[in-house]
Design a protein around this ligand. Structure first.
Ligand SMILES: Cc1cc2nc3c(=O)[nH]c(=O)nc-3n(C[C@H](O)[C@H](O)[C@H](O)COP(=O)(O)OP(=O)(O)OC[C@H]3O[C@@H](n4cnc5c(N)ncnc54)[C@H](O)[C@@H]3O)c2cc1C
Length: 490
């Protein structure tokens, strides 16, 4: 039986492992952490179950497909429930917008903010549908291994105006500044600045509308657990707390890996789910790389970093929605500081996750379980997290207390936070980026890290830094691309 090694047990790695197993490979998944899931890690403390990362579940059919590979039903493993509203948005001035799954409610909300934007909103949705049909349905799971594949696509990209940024595209249809924020924040969910992300990513609008926004009872960790149960059933092996320090290359071909403690494991093919720039720079000897030299890797634009504060309260904040976005006083200028100047600003915009609204079982009775996330500069900036982290956490809690969680600090019974240093040190993400490579036009499709290595044969890449990109729909789709490429290679 041919042997495959998957480095990394993030969603992309787990999906690839199952797809390779289906092809008949003996599959071994290796991960540095003590649990599966990567950014979908779960912290269990004092009766609280904190999902570390992904919280907005969309396109569940991509998970369903993994079970269907083995004639199983996802519903036998996971209970998904819809979330409504999808996002509750609060502006710094106190205005509130419910971003709903119901089109009618959305139109009413847009009308309440700016009646003259209703028509533009409807036209915007149509535009996003067209982009979705090409960008997601037609091209999402296609490999972009050759320049010819990209050139062939150029007329379509021009027709769709992919040269515009998300914010430019939205601004064509929406005039109200606050609504422009409401409809342009989505790139932040996949590591991009709306002012530099290609408008192709406006497809996320329609993706959500097509497939809905869901929550897995028990948390996103319940999805990881279900996938791992399936792996056990079909014979995919895993080894946790095992760091890969090298991909062994023999005459241009990946032939196995070496672990940090010196073990060598042979394989017929290797799939890297670890961060692609990190893998090239640190796991593949320099002499085996022609394209992805260290200098070239450092030219890549990396996504922002994330500051995530997890906390549990001895009270239920019953009025708070499952997903809340709190826009700070500045938008463009704040993003400029985070992405380009890479300085930590005084103000912030936040995403507040309160899964215990939908699922009280993840907190002790009468308690609530939260995380709040702030986009911050990645480690290419000079923020001294050990010095400022605690103070930054305090400022965020004070802001939450003033806006949506009154008297919060008197009710917190558990709390901890992670900074971009966690992403660098524990997830081995280059420069501590939250989502690997930024989704700009010239870092998408052919221009992103290829799913089949250009430098080393029998080496494939799956996950956020590769095509089509970050987010669960992106990384699960990248596993489909690898599936296709492996089939083409044999
Ligand atoms: C706070 C946060 C919130 C998010 N919210 C959402 C959301 O709501 N919805 C959504 O769709 N997406 C969300 N995302 C994005 C999404 O979580 C990621 O894009 C996705 O999970 C990344 O999956 P991946 O396959 O790239 O692997 P990762 O999750 O990045 O996992 C890679 C794994 O590789 C392991 N590894 C790395 N190097 C080595 C090595 N040398 N040896 C062994 N193992 C190694 C790491 O330990 C890690 O477990 C969020 C991300 C974060 C951080």
């Amino acid at each position: 039986m041919l042997k495959a090694i998957v480095i990394g047990a993030g969603f992309g790695g787990l999906a690839s492992a199952l797809r390779l197993r289906k092809k008949g490979y003996e599959v071994l998944v290796l991960d540095k952490l003590d649990k599966h899931g990567g950014r979908g890690y779960v912290y269990e403390r004092g009766g609280f179950t904190y999902d570390a990362g992904p919280s907005v579940i969309t396109a569940p059919f991509l998970i369903e497909e993994l079970f269907a590979l083995f004639d199983k039903q996802m519903d036998d493993y996971i209970e998904l429930v819809p979330v409504e509203p999808w996002y509750h948005i609060r502006f710094d001035c106190g205005a509130r917008f419910d971003y709903s799954g119901s089109l009618q409610k959305m139109i009413s909300e847009v009308e309440r903010f700016c009646p003259s934007d209703v028509k533009g909103y409807q036209q915007l949705l149509e535009k996003c549908r067209t982009i979705f049909e090409v960008g997601f349905l037609k091209l999402g799971d296609q490999p972009f291994s050759t320049l010819a594949s990209m050139i062939k696509l150029a007329p379509e990209m021009i027709r769709l105006e992919s040269y515009l940024t998300v914010h430019q595209l939205i601004s064509r249809y929406i005039k109200d500044e606050r609504l422009r924020q409401v409809f342009s924040f989505h790139p932040l969910l996949v590591g991009g600045n709306p002012f530099s992300t290609t408008s192709i990513y406006s497809l996320i609008h329609f993706l959500e509308r097509e497939y809905g926004v869901w929550y897995a009872m028990g948390g996103t960790g319940a999805i990881v657990k279900a996938i791992v149960d399936l792996m056990d059933e079909v014979g995919v092996q895993s080894r946790l707390e095992c760091t890969v320090s090298k991909i062994i290359v023999d005459r241009g071909k990946a032939v196995g890996i070496e672990t940090r403690d010196g073990h060598r494991i042979q394989a017929d093919l290797v799939v890297a789910n670890a961060d692609a720039p990190f893998v090239y720079k640190y796991l593949i000897p320099k002499n085996d790389r022609k394209k992805w030299t260290n200098a070239r890797i450092e030219q890549v634009k990396f996504s922002m970093g994330l500051f995530v504060l997890y906390f549990g309260t001895n009270k239920r904040f019953v009025d708070v929605n499952h997903h809340t976005i709190l826009f700070g006083p500045r938008y463009r200028d704040l993003l400029e500081e985070i992405f380009n100047k890479k300085t930590l600003a005084e103000d912030f915009s936040l995403y507040l996750h309160r899964p215990s609204r939908t699922d009280p079982s993840i907190a002790p009775p009468g308690h609530d379980c939260f995380y709040v996330l702030a986009p911050v500069p990645n480690l290419q900036g000079n923020v001294e997290w050990s010095a400022v982290g605690e103070e930054f956490a305090g400022r965020i809690l004070a802001y939450l207390e003033r806006t949506v969680l009154p008297d919060l600090r008197n009710h917190i019974v558990d709390r901890f936070f992670v900074t971009p240093e966690h992403f660098r040190d524990n997830l081995l993400s280059h420069h501590g980026s939250g989502f690997s490579v930024q989704p700009t036009l010239f870092q998408s499709a052919y221009f992103r890290f290829h799913n089949k290595s250009e430098d080393v044969e029998n080496l494939y890449f799956v996950g956020a830094g590769t095509h089509p990109g970050a987010g669960l729909p992106g990384v699960l789709t990248s596993a489909k691309v690898v599936d296709r490429l492996v089939s083409e290679a044999v």
